[in-house]
Design a protein around this ligand. Structure first.
Ligand code: FAD
Length: 281
């Protein structure tokens, strides 16, 4: 399993990760670094995770690589205490502002959306849209309303389909509806003049949006494509060649297990990819 995870995880240590980012930058890709981990159970673990993201921002500044940072609030103590989590993520957001960088808050499962929005809005008021942004999942019925609300504050949003198992009570059970909502919400946010990270590996959606972006003359500096490290590598580089900005979400660290198993669940073919390579080597 660990061997398989290497396809989706940059490295275990920060210095090695910075080398990987340098390599991606050389290929014209920009990066979002994520220190792996979620759902910590103790304050000590949350404090350590907070420091890890601050260290990433320092390493980005000192190495000069082109990367920002993503975090998950459950890693920063969300399930322990909301106020404690806010204190932690505030330290990272402050560092992001000090180093002229950007902090993206990932979105986790649906029971955590409201509290994530509360914390995010506090940070947005403190640090501004140039330094903090959020993720919206198009499988949730509520997301259109959230995009409209966040749009009023010109929030920088990463739009994704959503990676968690959700009940039909809160999320579209049919993939087609999730896909249609993805396209709808990307267009909505962009037409309201807001920065949008189009985060998908879905080539049909990407092609549809490329055409639409041209037709509507959406400025190049209002959007970027985003994909996961190790997924659709060829497509990432093709988009760069065509002149699009592409950011690779690049996880690193030792706590790779939950992240890796989500990638496998999304696409069981990944298991075969790993097995094939195991037998080859
Ligand atoms: P899908 O319809 O799942 O896939 C379309 C095609 O993409 C597939 O046919 C296949 O060709 C390719 N593909 C998709 N996934 C894989 C894979 N794992 N391996 C190989 N090929 C694949 N989700 C959240 O809930 N919260 C977040 O904060 C979050 N952040 C994300 C950040 C980024 C940059 C990205 C790219 C995704 C993020 N996700 C997040 C995950 C997202 O919600 C989806 O689960 C994931 O992107 C798969 O959906 P898709 O849009 O690529 O389309």
């Amino acid at each position: 399993m660990k061997w398989g995870a290497a396809r989706f995880v940059a490295a275990e240590s920060l210095p090695k990760t910075v080398e990987v980012v340098e390599g991606l930058n050389k290929e014209g890709l920009v990066v979002a670094l994520d220190h792996l981990g979620e759902s910590v159970e103790s304050r000590e673990e949350a404090t350590t995770a907070t420091q890890a993201s601050i260290d990433i921002l320092d390493a980005i500044q000192s190495s000069g690589v082109d990367s920002n940072v993503s975090v998950k609030l459950t890693q920063l103590g969300l399930d322990i205490d909301e106020e404690f989590c806010l204190e932690n993520v505030d330290k990272i957001a402050r560092k992001a502002k000090e180093t002229n960088n950007f902090l993206r808050i990932d979105m986790e499962d649906s029971p955590r959306v409201d509290v994530t929005l509360r914390i995010f809005n506090t940070l947005l008021d403190r640090y501004g849209k140039e330094h903090v942004g959020l993720v919206i999942q198009t499988y949730l019925y509520r997301s259109e309303q959230d995009v409209l609300e966040l749009g009023k504050k010109n929030t920088n949003l990463r739009i994704v389909k959503g990676a968690y198992k959700e009940p039909a009570r809160v999320a579209f059970p049919n993939k087609k509806d999730v896909d249609d909502n993805f396209i709808r919400l990307v267009k909505l946010h962009l037409q309201n003049g807001n920065y949008t990270a189009i985060a998908t590996h879905d080539e049909a959606i990407i092609n549809h949006l490329k055409k639409w972006l041209k037709e509507k003359n959406i400025p190049d500096d209002l959007y970027e494509f985003q994909m996961l490290f190790g997924v659709r590598n060829g497509l990432q580089r093709e988009l760069v060649k065509e002149g699009y900005k592409v950011r690779v979400y690049t996880p690193y660290g030792k706590d790779w297990y939950p992240y890796f198993t989500r990638r496998l669940a999304e696409r069981p073919a990944n298991v075969f990819f790993i097995l094939k390579n195991m037998f080859r080597n």
